[in-house]
Design a binder for this molecule. Structure first.
Ligand code: FAD
Ligand code: DLZ
Ligand code: SF4
Length: 509
């Protein structure tokens, strides 16, 4: 047997035909390895739908590579030679194939990067870790951008990404004369019978096999496996995205922050799970959105708002992740230690907003940004939940969750646990915000306009209690200082009622 030249390991979130490790290879001389691994499926207890989505997408991707002429070892979860972890699986392949080199594209997680770092020594085979060029900005470029800056504001990074890509640019000026149209994007939505829904796809035989496997092997994981309608191929993910551009994107900007009972998706794209495992290309989707705007099919506030999420926020949080790891996962600026309440798993709570967000998370492995930030995230920060426990929850329950993107969003944006590296102020809000942006409060057993007492919206007393508890840490922020002044104007017995209501509610968790 001729010796394999390169052993190319392709990870579950690297399902891109132009991936750097594949581009560096040769189908005639190299061998690809892909594996469904127990350790990867359980380092947090991922939602059943997330595991099924990824395994099904991996199997379809492997099929495509074989059709493209690659020799590929695909180790299913139930294969007798499944070794359970990346390191053990590669060890077996090295022993069997004796490759000259191991080639892999850099992973999305510090944990996995650490594994790779030990392989050369362990296997006595050179290991090439290639850059992941599916992102617009590398961790090194981001480090250069961050160096010497007092504040790492996304907005300035985003403008550089606009200039770098030329997206929505007229020469060196932003299209429409403004970089950011967010001021137009804060509208509550109305219930609409014709609300567009993301495309759903009938599972084929490959996906059905995966669904049976996940049902049998991950029954004790959170979430509903069925119905399952995610795209698991590039072609279907592209069709889902094209449908979004046509039907929902025109209103994406206007209703980006809105929440509605019974409408889990509103005008969102529901593509992060495809982007993050490589089925969709970020730059390509942004070019499609720009083209739709240039063709007069979508307004500029929608196109700009969407593109900012991808070339701005998505790239920026990745930069922060690699800049601050390791250690970022242990951030806990407020010193919060309360365990995660059980209703994050069961949805058994009278708070209609939290119930809606957790129920749809369980059903869909999806919640949109404002639900994650202003409902489950906001509640956790106000209630003093341990940010690390919350991080593990977000990392497990969403189909789009990978640590490079989830951790900065949770620890930085939603919990302010990094002390303000990522967010300019804590995203803390009382029930009034949720009431303004949603229709949840109308059907809630709590009274959103009441501040204290057993029937008052819990977000209200918790909010004021949070402001008073942490005034020394965050009171210098001008926006928070204003809230501290308001709190100070409350009569002492009202302040006492706030503290009592907050404590009484927290005691029920
Ligand atoms: P849309 O609202 O339609 O936005 C389009 C795309 O923009 C998304 O698909 C995504 O790729 C990108 N995007 C938007 N906001 C962000 C953001 N803040 N950070 C990075 N990319 C963004 N996103 C993830 O992809 N994975 C996660 O694990 C994740 N965890 C989060 C945890 C918390 C606490 C919060 C507040 C946000 C998190 N986000 C995460 C960001 C955001 O909520 C999701 O990207 C978005 O809800 C995905 O749904 P969508 O595809 O319909 O997005
Ligand atoms: C998230 C995940 C899961 C659930 N399962 C696998 C798997 O079985 N095999 C695999 O190669 N990758 C999986 N992944 C994705 C990896 O955890 C991912 O590559 C790391 O999180 C790094 O981003
Ligand atoms: Fe949520 Fe409070 Fe509104 Fe109930 S009243 S839905 S708890 S914000």
């Amino acid at each position: 047997m001729t010796r394999v030249r390169n052993l190319i390991l392709v990870l579950g979130d690297q399902l891109t035909p132009t991936l750097s490790s594949l581009a560096a290879g040769d189908p005639l001389r190299d061998r690809v390895l892909m594996a469904e691994l127990h350790d990867e499926a359980t380092y947090v207890r991922h939602h059943k739908k997330k595991i099924a989505f990824l395994f099904a997408a991996m199997r379809h991707f492997a099929q495509g590579l074989r059709a493209g002429g690659w020799t590929l070892d695909y180790i299913t979860l139930d294969a007798p030679d499944n070794q359970g972890s990346f390191t053990a699986q590669v060890a077996q392949a090295v022993a069997q194939l004796r490759p000259e080199r191991i080639v892999v594209t850099e992973p999305g997680e510090w944990r996995v990067a650490q594994m790779f770092a030990g392989w050369q020594e362990r296997f006595k085979v050179p290991v090439d870790v290639l850059p992941d060029d599916r992102f617009l900005s590398s961790p090194t470029e981001f480090r250069g951008w961050a160096e010497g800056r007092k504040q790492l504001r996304m907005e300035y990074f985003y403008r550089d990404m606009r200039r770098k890509t030329g997206l929505l640019m007229e020469g060196d000026q932003p299209a429409g004369g403004q970089w950011n149209f967010d001021a137009d994007n804060r509208k509550p939505a109305d219930a609409d019978l014709f609300m567009p829904q993301p495309l759903a796809f009938e599972p084929d035989a490959i996906t059905q096999d995966v669904l049976a496997l996940v049902a049998a092997r991950f029954d004790n994981h959170f979430g509903d496996l069925m119905p399952f309608g995610y795209a698991v191929t590039r072609a279907d993910a592209e069709a889902a995205f094209a449908a979004f551009v046509k039907k929902a994107l025109p209103r994406f900007g206007d209703y980006q922050d809105a929440m509605l009972t019974g409408e889990p998706f509103l005008y969102h794209a529901v593509i992060a799970q495809y982007l993050n495992c490589g089925l969709l290309d970020p730059l390509q989707v942004c070019r499609q959105v720009e083209a739709a705007w240039r063709a007069g099919k979508v307004p500029l506030n929608a196109a700009e708002g969407f593109i900012r999420q991808i070339i701005g926020w998505r790239e920026y949080v990745r930069g922060i992740y690699w800049l601050k790891m390791p250690g970022y996962e242990a951030s806990n600026f407020f010193g919060h230690t309360r365990p995660l309440p059980g209703f994050y798993w069961t949805a058994e709570t009278d708070m209609a907003c939290v119930k809606a967000a957790v129920t749809q998370t369980k059903e869909q492995a999806y919640a949109h940004h404002i639900q994650r930030l202003m409902v489950t995230g906001n509640f956790a920060m106000l209630a003093g939940i341990d940010p690390h426990e919350l991080h593990e929850w977000y990392l497990g329950v969403y189909a789009d969750a990978y640590e490079w993107v989830e951790l900065p969003n949770t620890v930085g944006m939603s919990q302010f646990a990094d002390g303000g590296l990522l967010a300019s102020k804590p995203y803390a809000a009382s029930g009034a915000y949720i009431n303004r942006m949603s229709n949840y409060c109308g059907s809630c057993r709590y009274a959103v306009k009441q501040r204290t007492g057993p029937d008052a919206c819990p977000f209200n007393a918790l909010y004021w209690d949070f402001i008073s508890r942490h005034r020394d840490k965050i009171g210098s922020n001008p926006r928070i200082a204003q809230m501290v002044r308001t709190y100070d104007k409350f009569a002492p017995d009202e302040q006492q009622r706030i503290a009592q209501s907050a404590a009484a509610f927290l005691a029920t968790l």
